[in-house]
Design a protein around this ligand. Structure first.
Ligand SMILES: [Zn+2]
Length: 513
């Protein structure tokens, strides 16, 4: 039902199969109001290649019950792709209660032939601990009722998602996920409190996702309810969210706000559209401002949708290229609070380790590093670990090691003359990976890594530490360092020499221009 095709960090390209339909994850499901359908699901399929949408089972239950039971939800939306139905939990949050039982909603979702269904849950939203606890208990009770009624009914048609509630109370979230992990569900669906996004509390949201993923592992797909703005899409995917819905394209449009991948612009303050979608290519901002309000909202919503889908494609390409973390580093600059949340990821040792285990070392594209933060990327950590375990820690090294600036090339014969030794190994210094042994110089990722000189300058202290560890692991007894013409490499070499002397390791710098 779910097959992983490529992964990077905790994000993955996957194939979600539901009977004869399939969709690729990360999957974005636009929210469709079944009554108004301001932008139809059919239009989204034809123009945006939308593979899936989400709609509300409770609204259909209340307003279109007979028609839906007769024709099915796909006819109601005029959409033959994957349809997920939210249970109505959102209505509970908005209006306090729903006039339906968990049994009714569960059977209804099956009977209208939805593809992905959710039991009637009680969203936590943002509230105190006691109230939150109540929502979790009620949700768990509903979940049990739902599974029982489905069991009585016989074969399940839809994939069923386990709604995980608890909101910002991580212990409750954890408990809810732990219990549901043992239940007969096909995927998980995390309820995200919208106010977190509105208040730019991204760090909290990321913590919630990580808490859930730690419990569930990466086996079953994870859906996030109400993912909000596309600027957070790459982050939630990197944390293990496979699919998510959002109504923000329409909600922002109603507020006359124009979505970009890094933020939101007020339509009356836009002089030039920074976008090439059909809307922005065909209309000038002034013309849009003059339009009748409903038409204007429809066009802004259309642009907003194009932006969401574009972001998904960029994320997918980044996963395929092994560049998801690079995308995060860039997108983190969208907003200071997002940057802060990104720092939370980069300072969470346990999370980075989790990501490292799911990040392949190889990738099709080179690696661009920018500063010390880039060095904490799971792929870089993995490369450094490999270097240590598969080279320096292996037995049988020579006693002599000659270190050459990474940007120079010197023949073995020449080095023999310079150091006056016959047997030695060669490694390169001045790389963010510490020392690169000569046999690995032209291998991935060492030869495909780009970085500014300033990275080496800024991180020289840590680099010296790393090089010393590598030298110790290799058990070298004498280190010959060939000096460089570049000042920053000369500085690095002298720092290394100083430390080697402090440690009492026989070493010297050779000036060789
Ligand atoms: Zn546009």
């Amino acid at each position: 039902m779910f097959e992983v095709l490529a992964e990077d960090l905790l994000g993955r390209i996957g194939r979600l199969k539901i009977r004869n339909k399939q969709a690729e994850t990360p999957l974005f499901l636009p929210v469709i109001n079944p009554i108004t359908q301001s932008i139809s699901a059919k239009w989204m399929k034809e123009n945006l290649r939308a593979e899936a949408v989400i709609t509300n089972a409770y609204i259909i239950f209340k307003r279109l019950r007979e028609k839906a039971l007769e024709e099915g939800v796909h006819r109601i939306l005029d959409f033959d792709g994957i349809i997920m139905t939210d249970s109505g939990g959102y209505q509970v949050l908005e209006y306090g209660d729903v006039e339906a039982t968990p049994e009714e909603i569960a059977l209804f979702e099956e009977e209208i032939r939805t593809d992905i269904a959710v039991p009637l849950d009680i969203p936590t939203g943002i509230c105190g601990k006691e109230k939150a606890e109540e929502t979790v208990e009620k949700t768990l009770k509903n979940v049990e009722i739902t599974l029982n009624v489905l069991k009585e009914r016989g074969a399940r048609r839809a994939l069923w998602a386990a709604p995980i509630q608890g909101g910002i109370h991580l212990d409750l979230l954890q408990r809810c996920a732990e219990i549901e992990k043992e239940m007969d569900f096909d995927l998980y669906a995390l309820g995200s409190p919208t106010p977190l996004m509105e208040g730019y509390r991204f760090e909290k949201l990321f913590e919630m996702i990580y808490t859930v993923r730690k419990v569930t592992g990466l086996g079953r797909p994870l859906h996030l309810f109400g993912a909000g703005h596309p600027m957070i899409f790459p982050f939630i995917v990197a944390l293990g969210v496979d699919m998510f819905d959002s109504a923000s394209y329409y909600l922002y449009a109603k507020d006359e706000r124009y979505i970009t991948s890094t933020g939101t612009l007020r339509i009356d303050r836009i002089d030039y559209f920074p976008c090439n979608c059909p809307v922005c290519s065909n209309i000038a901002p002034d013309e849009l401002k003059e339009m009748e309000r409903n038409e204007r909202i429809r066009l802004i919503a259309t642009h907003n949708l194009y932006t969401c889908f574009k972001e998904i494609r960029e994320i997918k390409q980044a996963i395929r290229d092994g560049r998801l973390m690079e995308l995060l580093e860039i997108r983190a600059r969208s907003h200071p609070r997002l940057y802060q949340a990104f720092r939370w990821i980069m300072e969470n040792e346990e999370l980075l380790k989790f990501m490292e285990d799911h990040t392949p070392l190889s990738s099709r594209r080179g690696i661009n590093l920018f500063n010390g933060l880039s060095l904490k990327r799971p792929r870089i950590r993995r490369a450094k670990r490999r270097l240590m375990e598969r080279y320096f820690k292996l037995p049988g090294h020579e006693k002599n090691l000659v270190l050459i600036p990474f940007n120079r090339k010197m023949s073995f014969e020449k080095l023999k003359r310079i150091i006056g030794e016959e047997d030695f190994e060669i490694a390169y210094y001045g790389s963010p990976y510490g020392l690169i042994p000569d046999p690995l110089r032209y291998t991935y990722p060492f030869s495909q890594t780009n970085y500014p000189r300033t990275l080496i300058e800024e991180t020289s202290e840590n680099l010296v530490k790393l090089m010393i560890e590598q030298l110790k692991a290799g058990g070298y007894e004498r280190i010959h360092i060939i000096s460089s013409r570049s000042k920053y490499l000369r500085d690095l070499a002298s720092k290394l020499l100083e430390t080697l002397h402090e440690l009492g390791i026989d070493s010297n710098v050779i000036n060789q221009n």
